[in-house]
Design a protein around this ligand. Structure first.
Ligand code: PLP
Length: 183
């Protein structure tokens, strides 16, 4: 297809067109094999093209498209949450399942806030984040991002008053050396 209506981050880059994948590899339409080193990123940790996963998804999708968590639970969600609880060695009791990293971090922030409200420590609302960190693309976690290249454009729209940025251990170790060597 000559037309490209996909809104990619870089308008001028010629992105490879990935047609399929197997294990750690992705394949373009002309059969070029590419190692998916970032696993999509970090989303396909079990690999591409796994029949068992496709079968389970098909079976579930034909049974029930979606059930909203405000109104109900499903046996598969209960089973999936129990898998994490069982694997946690008694550390986890409840599991909240999400669709990606941004959502996971947003929910974590909201849970912490709720925790303090319930405990009566509502004055605790500041979240520490590290410079150079990246926590996702939605507005809440962009405000938390210390990765300025990815967040600078939108920082004016984010409420930074809730966040406090701290140096990572790596930066604390490296910065004094950089300063010492500065002309
Ligand atoms: C550390 C970290 N947190 C959060 C995210 C955001 O995840 P998602 O793109 O699934 O929203 C990423 C994505 O690369 C990440 O590397």
């Amino acid at each position: 297809m000559d037309r490209n209506n996909v809104l990619n981050a870089d308008f001028f880059r010629d992105y490879p067109r990935i047609d399929s994948g197997k294990g750690i590899y992705m394949y373009t339409e002309d059969g070029t094999e590419i190692i998916d080193g970032a696993s999509g990123p970090v989303l396909v940790s079990l690999g591409h093209g796994i029949e068992e996963i496709a079968d389970a998804m098909r079976e579930q999708a034909t049974k029930l498209a979606f059930a909203h968590r405000d109104d109900c639970v499903t046996p598969v969600l209960e089973k999936s949450c129990a898998t994490f609880t069982d694997a946690s060695d008694g550390y986890l009791y409840k599991t909240f399942q999400v669709a990606g990293g941004s959502e996971a971090n947003e929910i974590a922030i909201k849970l912490v806030r709720n925790y303090h409200l319930v405990r009566g420590t509502e004055s605790k609302y500041k979240i520490l984040a590290r410079w150079q960190s990246y926590h996702g693309s939605s507005m809440g976690v962009l405000a938390l991002s210390g990765f300025t290249k990815r967040s600078l454009t939108w920082i004016c729209l984010c409420n930074r008053s809730t966040w406090a940025m701290v140096l990572s251990a790596w930066m604390r170790a490296v910065l004094p050396k950089v300063r010492r060597n500065a002309p």
